[in-house]
Design a protein around this ligand. Structure first.
Ligand code: SAH
Ligand code: SF4
Ligand code: F3S
Length: 474
């Protein structure tokens, strides 16, 4: 048993990051472990978690498991969890309750917990105390070791907890079963060293480790050869890419090299405002295949709160960057993340956030009420704003955000925009769906032959969160 440890998780040393290219091995005797059995992975977290799930699926298939279409039928169920806010945490514990019933009815099934919650000491303690019927718990650092962890649990018929709280390595040869044939996630870095005072991620994902550029470019070149149209470069702070590598190679260089592979669309998330350089803006403007879409989390419009959050920028410097981006990329869409009700946030502070939203007129925003996370500095700060007041602020903010989202979409009416058609629309089976270069969801009338292609779409109707359009036949 290896339990996560909060103290170890927050440690940062200058130790060199090991890049391991032959760590993932499925032993001969495990290659048929899952023969005749099915698996189901439920994912709760961000894009990084979704991409981890793509790795987990491929690993299970290397052991001859096949994917079940519904959880209720699977022999092995994994919950790939997220720790970012209390409600994500509660959802997982709710699901664990359901799993317990399923396991009582079908004692042969196996249940596993992985992802960011598995990296939390408090969570693993609770699992051991109340849910020791769970079969495996593994973390974000040792996904590659899943075959051995699973075998261990089967052999000893009891819970197998394997969660190292290490700064982290880079494991380069993990297989992947991608959800889409047209767009792909590509990790460019792991972990985070920013330690924003509210955030759990630096504790669950380890220190910032950039992948070496040659591995990233190789992965993108392979995707181009396989017919992929779009890659999204993933990291908690992609703009800080390369700072830990000592190669004199940064995010602007990487964006340029990825653009040069000829892939039709390059996206990247998430951009921390602090590390956004003029060189990056120049490269984004220069290459038409780098999409004019930037997610630029604000978190708060009050410089006082930003300081308490440890964000390292002020309202003024954020706005300066925002205007610079809009000037260089007038056509771009910019979205954001905002937290209301951070400890000590006053009505004045909140008004400043609204003020920035009015100035930036975001294309859309993810908005959250502050959620204290065990072990983070903000969870120990005095917080005397009543929850009702926080909810009111969230509502007021959402109303404003929605107004601007609709306004931004209104500008698209009757315009012709490029859309990567991804498949059948969830809303209407007679329609297709896809995203514009600026990351707007469009439900499209047109022939299914267009799936997987980037086509010109005329926008015929706009709503707050989506648009309707029809393909311009050539
Ligand atoms: N690396 C990204 C953020 C990843 S987490 C960045 O720095 O921008 C995604 C979003 O969740 C954050 O932008 C923040 O708005 C929100 N979030 C993170 N921790 C939170 C907490 N403790 N309570 C409420 N929202 C939180
Ligand atoms: Fe969390 Fe801040 Fe790192 Fe983003 S930059 S993952 S908010 S600590
Ligand atoms: Fe959640 Fe972990 Fe992502 S906490 S947001 S799954 S990095």
């Amino acid at each position: 048993m290896l339990k996560p440890n909060l103290k170890e998780a927050q440690k940062r040393t200058r130790a060199e990051v090991l890049v391991k290219t032959s760590e993932y091995i499925v032993k001969e005797n495990l290659k048929e472990l899952g023969k005749g059995k099915t698996y189901f992975v439920k994912t709760y977290g961000c894009q990084m978690n979704e991409h981890d799930t793509e790795n987990i699926k491929a690993i299970l298939e290397d052991m001859s498991f096949t994917e079940a279409s519904v959880m209720e039928e699977a022999d092995l169920i994994l919950l790939n969890t997220c720790a970012i806010r209390e409600n994500a945490h509660n959802k997982v514990f709710g699901m664990i309750g359901r799993m317990k019933h399923m396991k009582e009815e079908r004692p042969d099934i196996m249940v596993g917990i992985c992802g960011c919650m598995a990296q939390e000491e408090v969570v693993v303690d609770e699992i051991l105390k109340k849910h020791a019927w769970i079969d495996i718990v593994f973390g974000t650092h040792n996904i590659y070791n899943l075959p051995n962890i699973l075998k261990e649990a089967i052999d000893k018929h009891s819970i197998e907890v394997e969660v190292p709280s290490i700064e982290g390595e880079i494991i380069e040869n993990i297989p992947v079963k991608r959800d889409s044939k047209y767009k792909a996630w590509v990790n460019i870095m792991y972990g985070c060293d920013k330690f924003c005072t509210y955030c759990i991620v630096p504790y669950t994902r380890g220190k910032q480790r950039s992948r070496h550029p040659e591995f990233i470019i190789q992965e993108v070149e392979n995707l181009v050869a396989d017919g992929y149209q779009e890659v999204t470069l993933l990291g908690q702070n992609v703009n800080a890419y390369g700072k830990d590598l000592n190669l004199n190679y940064n995010m602007a260089n990487l964006l340029e090299d990825v653009a040069k592979t000829g892939i039709a669309r390059v996206r990247f998330v998430t951009s921390h405002p602090w590390d956004f350089t003029d060189h990056m803006i120049e490269i984004i403007a220069k290459y038409p295949n780098i999409m004019p879409y930037i997610h630029l989390p604000l978190q708060s419009g009050s410089s006082r709160i930003l300081k308490l959050m440890g964000r390292r920028y002020t309202k003024e410097s954020y706005l300066e960057l925002f205007h610079k981006l809009k000037e260089a990329l007038p056509y771009s869409s910019i979205t954001t993340d905002i937290i209301v009700g951070f400890p000590g946030e006053t009505e004045e502070d909140f008004k400043e956030t609204l003020d920035v939203v009015r100035t930036c007129e975001y294309d859309s925003a993810f908005t959250f009420i502050f959620s204290p996370r065990e072990g983070t500095p903000a969870s120990r700060m005095k917080d005397d704003t009543p929850i009702e007041e926080k909810e009111r602020r969230l509502q007021e903010l959402n109303q404003l955000v929605n107004e601007y989202a609709k306004k931004a979409n209104d500008a698209y009416l009757n315009r012709v925009v490029p859309v990567l058609i991804e498949g059948i629309s969830e809303k209407d089976e007679h329609k297709l769906m896809g995203y514009t270069d600026t990351m707007k969801l469009v439900n499209v009338k047109g022939s299914k032959d267009n799936i997987g292609k980037i086509v010109d779409v005329k926008i015929t109707d706009v709503k707050t969160w989506s648009m309707d359009g029809e393909i311009m036949e050539k």
